[in-house]
Design a protein around this ligand. Structure first.
Ligand SMILES: NC(=O)C1=CN([C@@H]2O[C@H](COP(=O)(O)OP(=O)(O)OC[C@H]3O[C@@H](n4cnc5c(N)ncnc54)[C@H](O)[C@@H]3O)[C@@H](O)[C@H]2O)[C@@H](O)CC1
Ligand SMILES: [K+]
Length: 523
């Protein structure tokens, strides 16, 4: 599992450790780890470090210090290092002295031309790290543009990315690799920030940290959560998932949700709705019932809403009345937004909401704009604002509806509500999904995800586990399905690939590394 901590928490752990160590120890550890990664990249690119050209962008803080010390180490190995000081009077003294002693060249902004960037074998982004506030300052923006020409290694966090949230307010450096220190930062795992970070490498510097506020599951974590039938299991012990989905207008949503549910580990899938005939034709193993959830047999979890059309209100009410976990998606969410959080007030079993950002905007509007304090925000939030602030959006929704929320899209985020007695955060770690691909933003892929997550709920996983495991498998399935890596996929193909990725995860097959343009969970 990748653990990410907020800047405030990192600073406290750093202060505690620095008090016990000789001055400069942590920065030396960080810079050495950074230089090792840079040397490896240069060797891969040029065959050796000696003679390679490195540009160091150094800001005024310790982030610039790390970059200058790493530049000095590379210069000692024969690299031709040019450091550009973005704030010449305030550059890190020790780092600057080390670079000069290693015969690195030091220039100020006006003295570097674009040519220096275009022939660089590596650009080290030490403009700003966890001390950054807001997007890049205007004077640093030309470097963000110029650095695009060469491979960029970001120091701790790509400059301009908010380390706590992944938000990018304006320009930011786009890195091929980010070397972070002590712990991952949430902004490296959550888009849009994650898409600026490239491949992220962690360098341990000995910090002792409390439990993380944000985590990203990896193969082994997901493998440990997958339901495994015991020798005594029958279909009822494995769990029955009820799917109330599809309508005369959208029968396909029923088929896709059932397709996902059949591959999610539940012992049986019970379908209720008007697409029963199509469902049985497509999946004869499905149990079908006329009417709504109230009249269906017993299930261990309900999925309600995909393609639900006009019948979604009744299906939602009946599913919510059942004392079992309920996943609400699509038209079910539209109906829930109309009713507001009060519709979930009487529930004691878990509720899992799976909105994309458009639905999240409606839900927040239904909750009073910002999750309950209507006066603070008269204007309902726009979907693109919510997409840019994914972590905050998922948390606000979870708090407002007191339900687990899986916010779909570029980096899918799963948040739990704060404890009832608590005054707010921190609470359970937010899980962010590392396996997404932008091609999952395709019609019907959300229906598959809903069925899959519902099936995992019925098989006994907690709501956050079911949501995180479903998002993980769903993303992997989309990547595996593409005939060519990065090619478009269809929702049916994603559903069909689920058994194979289930197997990959159990077997420990490594997923493809995240690309710069990867995204999240579909609509
Ligand atoms: N504190 C420690 O023990 C360690 C810190 N380390 C490094 O230190 C960094 C944090 O250093 P600092 O606290 O000095 O802060 P930073 O170096 O991240 O940034 C502070 C400086 O950047 C400027 N700045 C802020 N926002 C900006 C923006 N949007 N655009 C341009 N400039 C901006 C500020 O004026 C300030 O001078 C970490 O990210 C990491 O790289 C590592 O050496 C590991 C140990
Ligand atoms: K940086």
């Amino acid at each position: 599992m990748r653990h990410a901590h907020r800047v405030e928490v990192v600073r406290a752990a750093e202060a505690e450790l620095m008090a016990r160590l000789p001055e400069g120890t942590l920065m030396r550890r960080a810079a050495t780890g950074l230089a090792v990664t840079c040397a490896r990249l240069l060797t891969r690119r040029r065959g050796r470090v000696y003679g390679s050209r490195v540009v160091v962008l150094a800001g005024s803080g310790d982030n610039g210090g790390d970059a200058l010390y790493a530049g000095a180490e590379l210069a000692r190995r024969g690299a031709r290092v040019t450091a550009v000081l973005l704030a010449p009077g305030r550059a890190h003294g020790g780092g600057l002295a080390a670079l000069r002693a290693a015969h690195g060249r030091v220039v100020v902004e006006q003295e570097i031309g674009l040519a220096d960037f275009s022939c660089a074998d590596l650009v080290l982004d030490g403009i700003v790290g966890i001390g950054g506030r807001g997007g890049l300052r205007p004077e640093a923006e030309p470097y963000a543009r110029a650095a695009r020409t060469g491979p960029v290694v970001a120091v701790d966090v790509p400059s301009g990315v908010d380390a706590d949230t992944g938000e990018v307010a304006g320009a930011a450096l786009r890195a091929d690799v980010t070397v972070c220190f002590g712990t991952y930062k949430p902004g490296l795992l959550i888009d849009p920030g994650a898409s600026y970070a490239g491949a992220v490498q962690l360098v341990g510097i000995g910090l002792e940290l409390p439990p993380a506020g944000v985590v990203a599951l990896q193969h082994a974590d997901v493998a440990a959560l997958l339901p495994v039938p015991g020798a005594e299991s029958d279909k009822y012990r494995r769990g029955v998932v009820g799917v109330a989905a599809g309508s005369a207008r959208y029968p396909g949503a029923a088929l896709l949700a059932v397709a996902g549910a059949l591959r999610g580990g539940a012992g049986a899938v019970r379908y209720v709705g008007t697409a029963a005939e199509e469902v049985v034709r497509g999946f004869p193993e499905t149990l079908v019932t006329e009417g709504g959830p109230a009249g269906a047999g017993r299930v261990q979890a309900w999925v309600v809403g995909p393609g639900g059309g006009e019948g979604a209100d009744r299906a939602l009410a009946e599913a919510l009345a059942a004392d079992v976990p309920v996943l609400v998606d699509a038209d079910g969410l539209t109906e829930l937004a109309r009713l507001g959080p009060g519709a979930l007030a009487g529930r004691t079993a878990p509720t899992l909401l799976t909105p994309h950002t458009g639905e999240a905007a409606r839900l927040l509007a239904g909750a009073g704009g910002d999750g309950g304090t209507r006066s603070e925000q008269a204007r309902p939030p726009a979907a693109d604002e919510l997409a840019a602030a994914r972590l905050a959006t998922a948390r606000r929704l979870a708090a407002a509806y007191r339900a687990t929320v899986l916010l779909k899209g570029s980096t899918t985020v799963v948040a739990d509500p704060p404890p009832a007695s608590g005054r707010g955060y921190p609470h359970g770690a937010v899980r962010v999904n590392p396996t997404g691909t932008a091609w999952l933003a395709t019609a019907g892929s959300g229906d598959v995800l809903a069925g899959l997550a519902g099936s995992l709920l019925a098989a006994g996983l907690s709501a956050p586990d079911a949501a995180a495991v479903a998002a993980y498998l769903h993303g992997l399935a989309a990547r595996r399905t593409a005939a060519v890596p990065g090619a478009p996929v269809t929702a049916s193909e994603v559903a069909a690939a689920l058994p194979a990725v289930w197997n990959d995860v159990r077997a420990g097959e490594a997923p493809e590394p995240r690309s710069r343009t990867s995204g999240g969970t579909g609509t």
